[in-house]
Write a protein that binds this ligand. Structure first.
Ligand SMILES: [Zn+2]
Length: 391
């Protein structure tokens, strides 16, 4: 007989509505029933949600670090520290995100992640390779000396070192990018445009080759491009306009003002827009100076919980957890809680093709669930149908 767990007296957030005062029956690691709390159910182990929201666990497609560590540190201990921090914020699945660095450093990070799978807490759903194939002028806080054009001898060893790579962020307009997009598409890896100065035509061409997603909308990308008297769409307009492109926003309440979040919601809807943390090493740490990427990477300054580049001309990742992104979408962008939750769970699950198993509270899906209150403070985390006791 399999183990049965009942989560009772909760307000359950499904993809379309909130089921007030309902319970969820979990058997082994799956959701097997969702019903009103007054339904008679056989005696079994139970958790009372006490009127809290029961939500699908959050899935973060873009996270570099936390708790003083970065995935580029490439040790099992660092990976566990990051995962622990983000599990506390309701993340039950994430893509470990690498930074633009030397071939050797990226390979070390990939290999460390490949070997640690699986871990306690949030699931390592894969790797997001962010850079180094960027437009130099849109490098953001990434290491300038590491920005380069994609060459098969550089990227093929990365793609072949593991089957965990799910997303790669690159600039479609640089030399060799088209070939790389086709290669990613062929391998079933999501090609995402980011750190890019492309124009509308270049994005359209990239979409034909398999470009599917776009990284941190509005950040490190071109907007309307003006050549003499003529204007053309940049990356931002392309993303907002093209239905075939999904996107993500860093919903920390700092990177983007309410009007830009609202514009993204208006154009992309709640089915094509994911929220991400893009959190860095200094997330969960006191104010101070923290390296972005590996320990000898670029420096960022964290003051009052906000990370900027040393010259303060740009933000350098964030210091948040996923629950903050839902709070920001609800409170700053006026997105209903059901939709904001979807942007943090079902949409990211769909983007990386794991929505048949994860991302929503539906019978048959894996029971990765969280309990949070009206301020989106996370009280309990359940992964594979088991309460995580020590987070
Ligand atoms: Zn970035």
């Amino acid at each position: 007989m399999g183990s049965k767990l009942l989560i009772k007296d909760g307000n359950i957030i499904t993809p379309s509505k909130i089921l007030k005062d309902h319970c969820i029956v979990i058997e082994n690691n799956r959701i097997v029933g969702i019903m009103p709390s007054n339904t008679t159910i056989d005696e079994c182990q139970s958790i009372s949600a006490n009127g809290l929201y029961v939500s699908p666990g959050f899935i973060d497609l873009h996270v570099h670090g936390g708790n003083g560590s970065d995935f580029m540190d490439a040790t099992a201990e660092d990976i566990r520290k990051i995962i622990r921090y983000h599990t506390q914020g309701g993340t039950t699945g994430l893509l470990a995100t690498t930074a633009s660095e030397s071939h050797l450093n990226i390979m070390d990070a990939i290999q460390a992640l490949d070997q640690i799978h699986p871990v306690t807490g949030a699931k390592l759903l894969g790797i997001h390779i962010e850079g180094p194939y960027f437009n130099y002028n849109k490098k953001g806080c990434h290491l300038a000396s590491a920005i380069r054009d994609p060459k098969p001898e550089d990227y093929l060893p990365m793609l072949e070192a593991t089957d965990l790579i799910r997303v790669m962020t690159l600039a479609p307009e640089i030399n060799g990018a088209n070939q790389l997009i086709a290669e990613l598409s062929h391998r079933g890896i999501v090609a995402s445009c980011g750190h890019t100065n492309a124009n509308y035509d270049q994005i359209q061409k990239a979409c034909e080759l398999g470009l599917q997603h776009s990284t941190h909308l509005y950040c490190a990308m071109s907007g309307i491009i003006k050549n003499g008297p003529q204007r053309e769409g940049g990356v931002i307009e392309s993303i907002l306009l093209m239905d075939q492109l999904t996107t993500e926003v860093i919903a920390d309440g700092k990177h983007l003002p309410p009007e830009l979040l609202k514009l993204a919601v208006k154009c992309k809807g709640s089915n094509q827009l994911a929220v991400v943390t893009d959190a860095q090493r200094g997330a969960g740490m006191p104010d101070g100076i923290y390296a972005f990427g590996s320990k000898n990477g670029t420096k960022s300054i964290i003051k009052n919980g906000v990370a900027t580049t040393p010259d303060k001309t740009g933000y350098a990742s964030s210091t948040i957890q996923m629950n903050q992104t839902v709070r920001v979408m609800r409170d700053l962008a006026d997105v209903p809680l059901v939709e904001a939750t979807k942007m943090a769970s079902l949409v990211p699950a769909r983007i990386i093709g794991v929505d048949d198993q994860l991302g929503s509270i539906e019978v048959g899906k894996v029971a990765d669930l969280i309990l949070f209150d009206n301020n989106i403070n996370v009280h309990k985390v359940i992964i594979n149908g088991k309460l995580i006791e020590d987070i």
